[in-house]
Design a protein around this ligand. Structure first.
Ligand code: IDC
Length: 473
């Protein structure tokens, strides 16, 4: 098995190098995301938040989360976004039967976020297809038992890393049966798409739900890379988009690339998708970022140069794909053991990149433990401070530049006469109880909400380019 793993890794690295060589011959990538998300007031959104949470990977499909947890997350880190994990097995526990009680529970949790001004992306999560690829239920989550057909192929029980289960025959066959690339004709994909249709029916008019993330980390089984992304994966997205748009014309639909390789910086081959809604398309791109040196166990402190190279390559690849898809970008997952050497510098580097390029992000994850902002006893870790950064939550126009430190923020944007709602800036405690001293030109009005730690800035609509500067008091 070690040899199989080694060969697979070599093939992947080979593809990666080929990808890099391709990138060199393609001319410059865009420097910022070609499109940015806006809220119902027309303001440009900067989304900062967490994946909530790995604890949802159980048959109930619900994370270990209370309303107090949400309140605490806001007061500790000022987030405005959540990638909320759902599971297909909880939505459609029996073929064709949608569990509306489950959607009630999801709606209740969405309400906790809505009350605090968050935007929500519902993520249909899966790892390794399903819990039921083996009778021992050793790993995986996502698909219902009835939709898991491993054709009696084996799955090991003792692998060191969860990702290695992706190479097990029973897991691969379960995926092939889903994508319709095996000899079986099960039409599972149609069930999944219709489950999305049911979720969309429920959340179409929910103001807090901004986006649907159609499938976490797709894996092609025996079909990989472009053949997979342009073939069954694209077909699956088209069917899901069609089902969702029957009842929901406004929620953004985020597609993910193949995870393996693209998480490291390879360029995705996903095609662009038509959106059958009236008006501008609302299709987004939600890749993940896990640099290869770190997947292989290196820390940021020990491999900074390599990881920085991987970050630059990833940024380049993702912006190219976003341009091709004409899509805004949400970095749906990045994360690491935040207690490892250099980890917090890595987090800062990734957030700087999202700020510079206009990407939203969801850190993986807020489960208590070494990767999260709270440890196993629920006490805040240094990561909580690192993530508690100043940022413009919503900008009343087109952002031109942003720069933030613990004690200083500058933001410039072109005002938009159509947008009357204020620009909103979150400022952490390091700016002082009063939110710091603000300068924003002659025609502007400001308001400080001390409880939410949000500064609102209203510019005269005809002021053209607005410049806002905040210094810690
Ligand atoms: C991880 C969890 C881990 C669990 C594993 C398998 O942290 O406890 O055993 O999933 O379910 C991803 C996945 C995300 C992973 C995360 C971290 O989308 O589900 O969570 N990760 O490994 N892709 C790359 C990393």
């Amino acid at each position: 098995r070690n040899r199989v793993v080694l060969c697979t890794v070599m093939v992947m690295v080979g593809t990666l190098i080929a990808g890099f060589a391709g990138a060199l011959t393609r001319g410059p990538a865009p420097e910022v995301s070609p499109r940015l998300l806006t809220d119902s007031e027309g303001r440009t959104l900067f989304l900062r938040g967490f994946n909530t949470a790995s604890s949802a990977k159980n048959p109930t499909g619900l994370a270990d989360l209370t309303e107090e947890d949400v309140a605490r997350e806001y007061s500790d880190m000022g987030t405005n976004f959540v990638r909320l994990l759902l599971q297909w097995q909880a939505v459609e526990p029996e073929p064709g039967e949608i569990d509306q009680d489950y959607l009630d529970e999801v709606e209740k949790r969405v309400g906790w976020y809505e009350k605090r001004g968050y935007h929500v992306m519902l993520d249909m999560h899966q790892d390794l297809y399903s819990t039921y690829t083996s009778s021992e239920h050793v790993a995986g989550n996502g698909a219902p038992e009835w939709a898991t057909q491993n054709d009696r192929l084996p799955v090991a029980e003792d692998l060191d890393m969860w990702e290695l289960y992706y190479l097990e025959p029973g897991v691969i066959r379960s995926f092939d049966n889903f994508w319709g690339t095996s000899d079986n004709d099960l039409d599972l994909m149609d069930h999944y798409a219709k489950s999305w249709g049911a979720v969309a029916e429920r959340f179409a008019d929910n103001e807090a739900v901004l986006a649907y993330d159609l499938m976490n980390e797709p894996w092609g089984g025996t079909l990989q890379a472009a053949e997979f992304e342009r073939g069954p994966l694209a077909e699956f997205y088209r069917r899901s988009i069609a089902e969702i748009r029957q009842s929901d014309s406004d929620t953004w639909l985020f597609v993910e690339p193949q995870a393996v390789g693209v998480n490291w910086g390879m360029t995705s081959a996903l095609p662009a998708f038509d959106d059958p809604r009236d008006g501008e398309d609302r299709i987004g791109f939600a890749p993940h970022l896990y640099p290869l040196p770190m997947d292989l166990g290196k820390s940021y402190a020990s491999a900074k140069e390599e990881v920085d190279d991987a970050l630059a390559t990833w940024e380049d690849s993702v912006l190219r794909t976003a341009e091709r898809l004409d899509a805004p970008v949400i970095l749906g997952e990045f994360g690491l053991d935040a207690t490892a050497p250099g980890a917090l510098d890595y987090v800062d580097a990734v957030i700087d990149m999202t700020e510079r390029t206009g990407m939203g992000y969801a850190y993986w994850s807020n489960d208590p433990g070494s990767w999260g902002p709270y440890n196993g006893d629920g006490e805040p870790q240094p990561l909580a401070d690192t993530l508690n950064r100043a940022y413009p939550r919503a900008v009343a126009g087109e952002p031109l530049s942003i720069s933030t430190t613990d004690i200083h923020l500058t933001l410039s944007y072109r005002t938009d006469p159509q947008v009357t709602a204020p620009t909103e800036i979150y400022l952490p405690e390091s700016f002082g109880a009063g939110g710091g001293s603000v300068s924003c030109g002659a025609d502007c009005e400001t308001n400080w909400d001390a409880e939410r730690r949000v500064l609102s800035v209203t510019q005269a609509p005809e002021s053209g380019v607005a410049a806002v500067e905040v210094r810690a008091a």
